[in-house]
Structures are given as structure tokens and as C-alpha cells.
Ligand binder design. Structure first.
Ligand code: SF4
Ligand code: SF4
Length: 188
């Protein structure tokens, strides 16, 4: 697979679209109130609502800025309301939130809750299969640079509910010191 060499502060997707279209992990959830349902920053939520999304789908989070999307039932599980299960496409793809753009990377607190870390979710089959490859290791470094850029870190601090609880399926690749310092008061 040929990987372009984008600027380090640009978030790009390393997983080919055809791989995601034939995978059944993303955008589907086991519980109606799954804590893994996507979080939209205030700006992202307003943009999607301005394009016609129902504002009542956005559940305000404790940071006072972000909102988690309300999932809808589909067969015997739940899906994001912006997911089209017929085509496996995200209907708001160009406006999908940072939370979704990052996946299979996850922002979360460490197991002891003292640090904010970045990890790769082992539930993503592509991430698991390619984790050790040079291309994926380079991608990890680029995602770290992106998340640690001034603008993105500021966006996460303002919407700190984007930082999820520890998940043991996520392989930690980096401790985010600036986010750890910024959130120590809200998550002691
Ligand atoms: S789990 Fe990984 S491969 Fe599957 S749809 Fe999500 S990002 Fe794509
Ligand atoms: S916003 Fe799009 S990418 Fe994110 S969970 Fe919903 S359908 Fe999937």
C-alpha cells in the first residue's frame, strides 16, 4: 500500500475505504446508551444541525460544550443515526466529528485515571493486522503530532468529554502530557 506523506498536523485516514465498507465494526453499537457513541464538539454539532440534523439527537455532555449522539435501534443492535446500513456509508462523512475521524485511534484516560493517553483500538481488524508495519507506525507518529498540535489540543480541552474512560481493548501508544495537565482538575 502506498502512503502519501502529508503534513504531520493533517489527519489522514490510512485505512482504504473499501476495507471499511466491508467491515461491520464502526458506527454500530451493542447498547442504546453506549459510551462509545460519537461525541461532537460544539462547533461540529452546530455544523451538522445547520445541515439539517435534528438538534434533539445531541445529548449535552458534562464539559458544557460537546454532545453525544443518540443512537437508534437497528435489527438487534444500535447504529449512529448518520449511518446508512444499506451502503455502510456515513451520510455526513465530510462533517463527521473528530471522534470518528480519529478512529481506530482513541483518546482516553489511563487505567488509573491519571493520564490522558492515545491508543489504537484492537477491535479494528485493519489496525490489528497492520499495527507493526512501518506504514502504520509512521501513521501513529503523525496522529500523535496532529492531536498534540496547538489547535487540536485546544479543541479537545474545550470539549474534554471527548476523552473517554479507559478501555482494555485499546493499545496505548502515547501519553498526551498537555491534555493530562489540562484535565487534571476535571478528572482528578
Ligand atoms: S473497525 Fe477499522 S476497518 Fe472496520 S470500519 Fe472501523 S476503521 Fe474501518
Ligand atoms: S458520524 Fe458517521 S462515522 Fe461517525 S459514527 Fe456516525 S455514521 Fe459513523
Amino acid at each position: 500500500m502506498e502512503i502519501l506523506n502529508p503534513a504531520p498536523s493533517t489527519l489522514y485516514q490510512i485505512i482504504p475505504p473499501e476495507v471499511c465498507f466491508s467491515c461491520d465494526v464502526c458506527c454500530r453499537f451493542l447498547e442504546a446508551d453506549s459510551p462509545l457513541a460519537p461525541i461532537f464538539t460544539e462547533t461540529e454539532g452546530k455544523k451538522v444541525v445547520a445541515h439539517g440534523a435534528d438538534p434533539s439527537l445531541f445529548q449535552p455532555q458534562t464539559d458544557g460544550s460537546s454532545a453525544q449522539i443518540q443512537l437508534k435501534p437497528h435489527n438487534d443492535f444500535y447504529i449512529c443515526p448518520f449511518f446508512d446500513p444499506e451502503t455502510s456509508h456515513c451520510t455526513i462523512y465530510p462533517m463527521r466529528p473528530l471522534d470518528c475521524q480519529l478512529y481506530p485511534f482513541a483518546l482516553m484516560f489511563s487505567e488509573d485515571g491519571r493520564e490522558v493517553v492515545l491508543g489504537v483500538d484492537t477491535l479494528c481488524p485493519f489496525g490489528e493486522a497492520h499495527f507493526e508495519s512501518a506504514a502504520f507506525q509512521r501513521h501513529i507518529r503523525d496522529v500523535i503530532d496532529f492531536v498534540e498540535s496547538e489547535a487540536v489540543t485546544a479543541q479537545i480541552i474545550a470539549n474534554w468529554s471527548l476523552i473517554g474512560d479507559y478501555q482494555d481493548t485499546v493499545k496505548i501508544v502515547h501519553t498526551l502530557t498537555q491534555l493530562t495537565d489540562a484535565t487534571s482538575a476535571t478528572h482528578p
